[in-house]
Design a protein around this ligand. Structure first.
Ligand code: GLN
Length: 449
């Protein structure tokens, strides 16, 4: 059924780079066999999912939407996709993204443009735009994405679905193609808060193959789903004052304010919180993320993976492979990162950005001494027109203003739908909680939804 739906919608939505129809049908038959044999089923048995194409899948092409990995078929499986398969999930295919997850509209894909299912002239957000559009269009039940600076939450907001970035280290990054390793985290995109909780349950937990994975047991997230916010104790929710400044679309502001009022009616205590260093998140991110990216992407040299130009000299093969293989945004970031890390500039840029990162973390620590959950808009606007910001990298970067500080501090956060603008485009509400308190996001999100 889902494959048929996908076939019908893909010509307009274009959310998949690879459709694994045969594999999906084989996996579905396996579930039938299990059922017939009276075997117990896994948490996700028979559930068709989409996987962002920066997650390594054994034997299935994994491109990162880059020409440089156009023919890369991983010889190993990422931990998350392995856990999904163990839970019985069905893989429908690999979803489109901005090349190497760098972008906010999925327009940086080297292969195709993905449409926002609410309005095909508009972008689905990014970089997990393929995953978000696929879920919103009903091409799959849920999907996995990755979030380095907002890439799960912003597309979830633009496509009117739920998207969650877990605590840094909650989900193993083994087999996720690295963009900025100290910020990258894998998480679910789904229709409902409950679905997101189930998907996180299936993939979270310690993994010895990722040195940054947290060795803590995973709680039963189902326990967190309650209809009101004062059943255990009165939940304290903080509104981040600084996110309501200039640049915020008034329609988005009105929808988020209405949502905050509803949270109060559900039993929460509302308080205004100041995070004065929040606004330095964006500049700090655009030093740290490109720096890490410039190092991580050094491996695409034509020798180890993917594309290799036909050259007789080694140096010319390196340079031409990289010149032809990478798109403009990836090159821009490699250059920014190389510059920021170079001798003489390291202290002025990279080290300073890391100090700012600590200050932002302190703002959050202060906030969580006063409240359980923070709330703000996910993105300052609703989905923009395709092509509107492609020549304006700074304008594009600004759409992650409110999601990026969360990655810098390693915290969990969720975007969930909170209404529509005049054009009928969805608006997203962002909830942020303290380290490893995904349960609070589920509790508040579920009660609100
Ligand atoms: N849009 C941001 C960027 O371009 C965030 C990307 C992400 O989270 N992967 O870097």
């Amino acid at each position: 059924e889902y494959l048929a739906q996908l076939e019908q919608l893909e010509p307009t939505v274009n959310s998949f780079l690879t459709v694994t129809g045969e594999l999906a049908l084989a996996q579905a038959q396996q579930v039938d066999v299990q059922l017939a044999a009276g075997e117990s089923l896994g948490l996700l048995s028979g559930i068709p999912l989409g996987l962002k194409d920066n997650l390594c899948t054994h034997g299935i092409r994994t491109t990162c939407a880059s020409k440089v990995l156009g023919n890369f078929v991983p010889p190993y499986e990422s931990t998350v996709t392995q856990r999904l398969a163990q839970a019985g999930a069905i893989c429908l295919g690999k979803t489109n993204l901005d090349e190497f997850a760098m972008g906010s509209s999925t327009e940086n894909s080297a292969y195709q443009l993905t449409a926002n299912p609410w309005d095909p002239q508009r972008v689905p957000g990014g970089s997990s735009g393929g995953s978000a559009a696929a879920v919103a269009a009903g091409e799959c039940v849920a999907a996995l994405g990755s979030d380095t600076g907002g890439s799960i939450r912003q597309p979830a907001s633009f496509c009117g679905i739920v998207g969650l970035k877990p605590t840094y280290g909650r989900v193993s990054r083994y087999g996720l193609v690295a963009y900025a390793s100290s910020l990258d985290q894998i998480g679910p995109l789904a229709y409902t808060v409950e679905d997101a909780a189930i998907l996180l349950q299936a993939v979270a937990g310690h993994d010895s193959r990722d040195a940054t994975s947290i060795p803590q047991p995973v709680p039963d997230y189902g326990q967190a789903l309650r209809p009101r916010l004062n059943q255990r104790s009165k939940r304290r929710i903080g509104v981040i004052q600084e996110t309501f400044g200039s640049g915020l679309d008034p329609v988005v502001q009105a929808a988020v304010e209405k949502a905050i009022q509803q949270l109060q009616e559900l039993g929460a205590e509302i308080q205004v919180i100041s995070c004065p260093r929040f606004r330095y998140g964006l500049p700090a991110y655009y030093i740290i993320a490109p720096s890490e990216a410039s190092s991580n992407l050094a491996r695409y040299d034509g020798v180890k993976y993917g594309l290799r130009t036909d050259d007789t000299s080694l140096m010319s093969m390196y340079t031409r492979t990289r010149a032809q293989g990478f798109g403009a945004e990836v090159k821009r970031r490699i250059m920014i990162g190389t510059y920021a890390l170079s001798a003489g500039y390291y202290d002025a840029y990279y080290l300073k950005a890391q100090k700012v990162r600590t200050l932002i973390k302190q703002d959050f620590e202060n906030a969580f001494n006063q409240v359980d959950v923070l709330v703000c808009p996910t993105s300052p606007t609703t989905a923009f027109q395709a092509g509107e910001k492609t020549d304006d990298p700074l304008g594009m970067y600004l759409s992650d203003l409110m999601t990026i500080p969360v990655n810098l501090a390693g915290l969990p956060a969720m975007s969930l739908p909170c209404g529509f603008d005049e054009q009928g485009l969805p608006i997203g509400l962002q909830l942020i909680s303290n380290v490893l308190r995904e349960d609070l996001l589920f509790e508040v999100g579920y009660a609100y939804e």
